[in-house]
Design a protein around this ligand. Sequence first.
Ligand code: PAF
Length: 280
Amino acid sequence: MLTVHTIAALRAALPVPGTCTFVPTMGNLHEGHLALVRQAAAHGLPVVVSIFVNRLQFAPHEDFDRYPRTLQRDGELLRPAGCDIVFAPDEHEMYPEPQTFQVHPDPALADILEGHFRPGFYRGVSTVVMKLFNAVQPRVALFGKKDYQQLLVIRRMTQQLALPIVIEAAETSRADDGLALSSRNGYLSAAERAKATELAQALRTLADRFADGVAPLALLEAHALDSLAALGWQPDYLTVRRQTDLSAPAGDEERQGAWVALGAARLGATRLIDNIEFSV
Ligand code: PAF
């Protein structure tokens, strides 16, 4: 496994565009990332994993400075998972000057849900992913469904800008008790970790009640928010949207289709997100 820190070195290692599979990450890797890498390796092309904590997608009050940087350990985990090249640029390599040209994703998709509570987040994500795509020039890029809205934003960007890249989704990896794996789980205290599955449980209940078709969605959402708050969480949103474009159901009579229940909530100082796909 090769580790490179510059775009020039990456291009020298992979001179022909469209000949690798790519997994972008911010490092501090866990089993969920490694599952993505194993899925990437199944394509039979060289696998490139990027490790870059992208300042552009963090608001000033967020955890950019304390986000764990664990490059050596990440490298040890990546080798047996099937990674061929680690691309680990520093900030000067990615942003040698202020990144004044940026990708502005469609607000209908990017300014709702996560984008509403984290303004500018998907502009930061889209910009760095576009730049990473240009550096790596992959044939296939993998994104986890854990960040469901991110997957859809990147898919739409790739399609609208006619990038010659196949975006492949990977299922969310979960701990035995159902908690979606996330680098931010490491911030949880032992007591918080024991409660952390309550978000997935609230989403499951919301999805089941939506599928029952009895109560209006607004009432179900309000109930889900109240229930989670009563357990000591500070929820931002819990909702049901269409899998294809995250649009809301047209009316309370509309229940047939492929849906995703999505939520974000803070437990102590840690903000967690999760989602559950389901069909009615
Ligand atoms: O999902 C992540 O880890 C990040 O948002 C990504 C895609 C690596 C961009 O910084």
